[in-house]
Write a protein that binds this ligand. Structure first.
Ligand SMILES: [Zn+2]
Length: 258
């Protein structure tokens, strides 16, 4: 009798183990296995995208209030595939800092991207195909409750370009610190150009504790968040500066003054 009892317990434990294993395998296969916390990239696997979309050449910082909706309409429609699905629309307050902070922020983002052929603007472009940077206080403002992150962007883990994305900066979570918001925008925007996280504390793409002001470094570094790993697109290292240069090209010489 006692043996039967133990045998039943053993069978039960085995069954639970096999079931858990199957669930994990299924989630891994379907790429639903989210990192527990802090992952600011939403991997796009099931979204249709042209094979080699042209990289967006304008980064538009939208200061005011904005309503974003879940959808495939892209930046010009204020639609994003990465906002939550609980509500049809998410009204956002926009950037809540003063004029001086806004000025500081825009010039900081411009400086980060100044080596590359891309324009940072505060006027909404007329033509489609730009990066819309939207400001909210925290991730839950766009219906993301399972992550505590400073920003959020769509990311093609194969290292491709997302053609007309909306990326988010969560100023409240970032303590409304201009430099931190600026570097977060740098990271989120670079994700849509196919950059992974860099295991290099001085790089904009890093999750490591700060070691001074960050920029896109011209240095081969391992990818990774809390530990080094290969990059999601298969390379052993990433050079953030060179990778952005290969996607966007170098900044064109400033136009002659008129
Ligand atoms: Zn990131």
């Amino acid at each position: 009798m006692r043996r039967l009892y133990w045998a039943l317990i053993l069978v039960g434990v085995l069954a639970v183990g096999v079931f858990a294993g199957l669930v994990i395998a299924k989630r891994l296969r379907e790429d639903r296995w989210a990192m527990p916390d802090g992952d600011d990239m939403v991997r796009l696997r099931d979204v249709f995208r042209p094979a080699a979309p042209r990289p967006p050449r304008v980064i538009y910082l939208h200061r005011g209030a904005l309503e974003v909706a879940r959808g495939d309409g892209g930046s010009s429609q204020n639609q994003s595939a990465i906002v939550g699905s609980a509500k049809a629309r998410y009204p956002l307050r926009g950037f809540t800092g003063k004029d001086a902070a806004w000025k500081e922020l825009t010039s900081c983002v411009r400086k980060l991207f100044s080596p590359f052929d891309v324009e940072v603007t505060t006027e909404r472009p007329r033509a489609d195909g730009y990066v819309l940077v939207a400001f909210a206080s925290k991730a839950s403002d766009i219906g993301i409750t399972q992550r505590r992150v400073g920003g959020l962007a769509p990311y093609d883990s194969a290292g491709g370009v997302v053609p007309d994305p909306v990326v988010f900066a969560f100023s409240g979570t970032l303590g409304n610190r201009t430099r931190v918001i600026c570097e977060t925008i740098g990271m989120e925007v670079a994700h849509v150009y196919g950059l992974d996280h860099a295991y290099l504390c001085s790089d904009v793409m890093t999750y490591l504790p700060a070691c001074g002001a960050r920029s896109f470094r011209d240095r081969d570094a391992r990818c990774g968040e809390k530990r080094a790993r290969d990059c999601s697109y298969g390379a052993p290292t990433q050079n953030s500066y060179q990778r952005l240069l290969s996607v966007l090209g170098p900044a064109r010489a400033a136009a002659a003054p008129r």
